[in-house]
Write a protein of this length. Structure first.
Ligand SMILES: Nc1ncnc2c1ncn2[C@@H]1O[C@H](COP(=O)(O)OP(=O)(O)O)[C@@H](O)[C@H]1O
Ligand SMILES: [Mg+2]
Length: 367
C-alpha cells in the first residue's frame, strides 16, 4: 500500500478479509416496481422499473448495463433514496429505505458516494477545494481536511493539480476529481452513473482504473451504471442487464458475456466479442463452404484448441478455420471458432462424438 492508500484505508471496511465480506449483501432490491404517474400512453402511469430483484455484495463491483431509457438512473435514485419505489423494498446495509423517513434516509445517504456523467464540480473552487467540500460539510477540522484531501488527490493521481481550477483539467481529470470528492467521506458504497460516457476511450481507461483501485484498495462497493459494454468488461465482477425496466439477465460478467441467455444481452454484445457468427455470416459461409460446418465455443480451458486439432487428426478429418475470433472478458478467453470439415461422413460423426464426449461445446451450423 502506498502512503495515500494507507491514509484512506484507515477506518474504512477494507481491513477485513475481502473473501469473507464478498458473501454479505450490501444492497438488495426485491420486487421493485417504479411507475411515474401520467407518463404512459393516455396519461396512464409509466412503468420505469418492473419487478426488479438485485443483490449486490459488499466489496464487489456490480455493473448495470442497458440502453438509454432502460431505467438505470431510476434504479440509482432508488438505491440512494432520492426516489421511493411504487412497491417492493430497497435495502442498503441494515436499512430498509422504504421504511425510513426522509431524515433517516439522509443519514444512510451519507454513506453513499455519487459520481455523475457531468462531473458536477464547483467551477469557482480549486481542485483541492472541491474535494475538501464534503469534508467541510461533515465538520472535519482544517488540519485533518488538508491531510485527507492530499491523500485523495494522490490516490487519483492529481496531487500536482491541487491548486488548479476544474476548467484547466481534461474530462478524465475532472472525473478523477469527482471520484476523489465522492470518496472523501469514506463511503462504503459508490454509485457511478455513466461516469465515462462523455470521455474518449483513453481517458475512460484512466477513470476506470481509479475506480477499480478504489474497490481493491479501499474495499468500497461500487455500482456502475453504463450503456457501454467495454466499461462492464473492464471493471465489473457481476452484471445485470436491464431492458425496458426489467432485468433480463444477471450473473458473473464472464458467464453473461461468454454465454448470453437473453436476446437483449446478445444484441448488446453484438459483434464486439464475436461470440457467434451472425445469421447473415452463416448464410454466406454455407454458400462458400459446401462441407460440414461446425463451431466450437472457446472455453476457459487449457489446451482446448490442441485437443480439438488432435481429435480431428486422429479421425483423419481435415478441419479448416473459416470464421472466428477470441477476445477476453475478465482476462479469460471468450469467442468461437467455425470450421469447415472434410472427410468420410462416418469419420466426421465419430470425431464430433469424441469432442462432445470430452466436453467441447459444439454447434452444428448446417441447416
Ligand atoms: N421523474 C420522472 N418522471 C417521469 N418519467 C421519468 C422520470 N425519471 C425517469 N423517467 C422515465 O423513465 C424511463 C427510464 O429513465 P432512466 O432511469 O433515466 O433511464 P436510463 O438512465 O437507463 O437512460 C424513461 O422513459 C424516462 O423518461
Ligand atoms: Mg441514465
Amino acid at each position: 500500500m502506498t502512503v495515500a492508500e494507507e491514509e484512506l484505508a484507515t477506518g474504512s471496511e477494507s481491513s477485513g478479509g475481502q473473501a469473507q465480506e464478498q458473501a454479505q449483501t450490501h444492497v438488495r432490491l426485491e420486487h421493485v416496481h417504479k411507475a411515474f404517474p401520467g407518463k404512459g400512453r393516455r396519461g396512464t402511469p409509466f412503468t420505469a422499473l418492473d419487478d426488479v430483484d438485485v443483490d449486490i455484495r459488499r466489496g464487489e463491483v456490480f455493473g448495470i448495463i442497458g440502453q438509454s431509457g432502460a431505467g438505470k438512473s431510476t434504479l440509482v435514485r432508488l438505491i440512494n433514496g432520492l426516489e421511493s419505489p411504487t412497491s417492493g423494498t430497497v435495502r442498503v446495509g441494515d436499512h430498509d429505505l422504504t421504511a425510513l423517513d426522509e431524515r433517516s434516509r439522509r443519514k444512510v445517504r451519507r454513506d453513499i458516494g455519487m459520481v455523475f456523467q457531468q462531473f458536477n464540480l464547483f467551477r469557482s473552487r480549486t481542485v483541492a477545494g472541491n474535494v475538501a467540500y464534503p469534508l467541510k460539510v461533515a465538520g472535519v477540522d482544517r488540519a485533518e481536511r488538508d491531510r485527507r484531501v492530499a491523500a485523495l488527490l494522490d490516490f487519483v493521481g492529481l496531487l500536482d493539480r491541487a491548486h488548479d481550477h476544474p476548467e484547466q483539467l481534461s474530462g478524465g481529470q475532472k472525473q478523477r476529481v469527482g471520484i476523489a470528492r465522492a470518496l472523501a467521506t469514506e463511503p462504503a458504497l459508490l454509485l457511478v452513473d455513466e461516469a465515462t460516457s462523455a470521455l474518449d476511450p483513453q481517458t475512460t481507461g484512466e477513470v476506470l482504473a481509479v475506480l477499480r483501485r478504489a474497490n481493491r484498495k479501499l474495499g468500497v462497493t461500487i455500482v456502475i451504471i453504463t450503456h457501454e459494454l467495454d466499461v462492464i468488461r473492464a471493471v465489473a465482477d457481476r452484471v445485470a442487464v436491464l431492458h425496458g425496466g426489467r432485468i433480463v439477465e444477471q450473473g458473473s460478467v464472464y458467464d453473461v458475456f461468454a454465454r448470453p441467455q437473453a436476446e437483449e444481452t446478445a444484441r448488446l454484445i453484438g459483434t464486439t466479442l464475436r461470440e457467434r457468427p451472425s445469421e447473415a455470416t452463416l448464410a454466406r459461409l454455407r454458400r462458400k463452404h459446401t462441407g460440414r460446418i461446425v463451431s466450437i465455443r472457446i472455453q476457459d480451458r487449457a489446451g482446448l484448441q490442441t485437443e480439438v486439432a488432435r481429435v480431428f487428426a486422429d479421425h483423419e478429418v481435415a478441419a479448416e478455420i473459416i470464421f472466428g475470433g477470441i477476445g477476453e472478458v475478465q482476462e479469460r478467453p471468450v469467442g468461437s471458432l467455425t470450421f469447415e470439415l472434410a472427410g468420410e461422413p462416418a469419420a466426421v460423426d465419430a470425431a464430433l462424438g469424441a469432442l462432445r464426449a470430452e466436453g467441447v461445446d459444439l454447434i452444428e451450423e448446417n441447416p
